[in-house]
Design a protein around this ligand. Structure first.
Ligand code: 7TS
Length: 417
């Protein structure tokens, strides 16, 4: 599958667990933590925690403003991080990496800045039924204020985007197609390169929500030819509070600022201002400096393992999980077959509410998530109010999936399900 050309792993990723202090924790009645909630946020390796600690101990200062040694060091580290992230996604330039708080803010930036400048009443924005609320609500807000129309690519029963309807919707000549590269509920990995090429043929720009893809497999913005890519640091071993918007240079250069304030200006007069160059034009105010530095260290850490190795390991985990958990009587798994998805397993158990599943699993130290996972319309599509979701990262093991299966049998016993 596209983006997933994996080579056989030679590294035993089990040894990487030692990099994560939290994975040594025991919880509840002294049972080892089994963390299966990385789609919500990943755990952080020591190198990231220590880099942020070191920054505060040795170099803390505000960036881009001072001429003293600490300000110079802080600025250099912050900008080095931008360059590392640019390299990680193969951005042609680090000027195309805008630091935001998270994926949500990156998408809002595009909706407000690009959307309000380039879209008008009745223009079509094409989304999908499997979007996280953060790639849905900003476009709804835009629609309610300027009258753009939202259209949707439906999801099939087996959790894939309907390609035929996608092409029909392209005939409406959308100005933007915005979709997730990987669903946080179904785990579906959408054929992004193909969809981007098809959207471009019809004249649309494409925004890719990379919140669940950039942490888990190689994403190359030039190979994809994507116009906008949004992702969050905290799902990829980095801290919370830092995210990224990548965009093509010509788009960023024409887009007006999103927030106004310090750092995003070149010159300010009483009545007006001139905007700074990219990417600073979009980074108003003091940014999350330690967090940006932490994310730079996180991408170096991921690269040292290898994104293909990570993808390969997670493929093994989801394949095993679908077989093992899917064999439990009463369990329904949502989403496509293992080779079309990443490490996300959403399921229901007949007769037991997902919140009850999650609560009982917690007694065994197993952290999963229950609810709508910020994808209410997708749950409506399957006539569900909630699902239970186990999600994996490279530090998870086959044994942890066995623990999950054993605990689901306990849930069945308790509920007589
Ligand atoms: N897009 C997708 C596909 C996501 O999975 C998430 C977060 C976001 C956008 C938003 O990311 P944020 O960092 O701006 O919050 N997904 C989840 C989840 O599945 N459980 O908690 C957060």
């Amino acid at each position: 599958m596209e983006n997933r050309t994996v080579t056989l792993s030679t590294i035993d990723l089990r040894e990487k667990r030692a990099d994560f202090p939290i994975l040594e924790r025991q919880v509840r009645t002294g049972v080892p933590l089994v963390y299966l909630d990385s789609a919500a946020t990943s755990q952080k390796p020591k190198v990231v925690i220590e880099a942020m600690d070191e920054y505060y101990r040795k170099s803390n200062a505000n960036i881009h403003r001072g001429i003293h040694v600490l300000a110079e060091e802080a600025t250099a580290q912050y900008e080095k991080s931008r360059a590392l992230i640019a390299h990680f996604i193969n951005s042609p330039s680090s000027k195309q990496i805008v630091f935001t708080r998270n994926t949500t803010e990156a998408i809002n930036l595009v909706a407000y800045s690009w959307g309000r400048t380039n879209l008008k009443e009745d223009d079509v924005v094409l989304l999908t039924e499997m979007e996280h609320h953060s790639n849905l609500v900003p476009w709804q807000i835009l629609s309610s204020s300027i009258g753009t129309k939202l259209e949707f690519i439906p999801v099939t029963d087996d959790g894939l985007l309907d390609d035929e309807v996608f092409h029909k919707k392209l005939e409406l000549k959308p100005k933007l197609v915005a979709f997730t590269q990987m669903s946080n509920v179904l785990g579906t990995i959408n054929p992004a390169k193909y969809m981007i090429a098809e959207a471009h043929k019809s004249g649309a720009l494409v925004l890719l929500d990379g919140a669940q893809s950039v942490p888990h497999f190689p994403v190359d913005v030039q190979d994809l030819d994507v116009d906008f890519l949004a992702f969050s640091g905290h799902k990829m071993c980095g801290p919370t509070g830092i995210g990224v918007l990548y965009a093509k240079r010509n788009l960023l250069e024409k887009m007006p600022p999103f927030l106004g304030g310090g750092d995003m200006i070149k010159r300010v007069y009483l009545q007006e201002f001139t905007a700074n160059e990219i990417p600073y034009k979009f980074e108003a105010g003091t940014p999350a400096i330690a967090e940006a530095i932490g994310l730079g260290v996180a991408v170096e850490y991921l690269k040292s393992i290898g994104m293909e190795t990570i993808a390969h390991h997670e493929q093994k985990l989801i394949d095993y999980a679908i077989k093992k958990i899917g064999a439990i009587d009463g369990v329904n798994i949502y989403g496509p077959t293992a080779e079309k998805k990443g490490g996300v397993l959403s399921f229901t158990l007949t007769g037991v509410h997902p919140h009850d599943i999650s609560q009982i699993l917690d007694r065994y130290g197993i952290a999963i998530r229950a609810g709508h996972h910020c994808a209410m319309p997708l749950h409506d599509r399957y006539q569900l109010s909630a699902t239970a979701r186990a999600s994996f990262y490279f530090y998870n093991t086959i044994e942890e999936i066995d623990c999950l299966a054993d605990a689901i049998y306990q849930v069945k016993d308790i509920f007589g399900a």
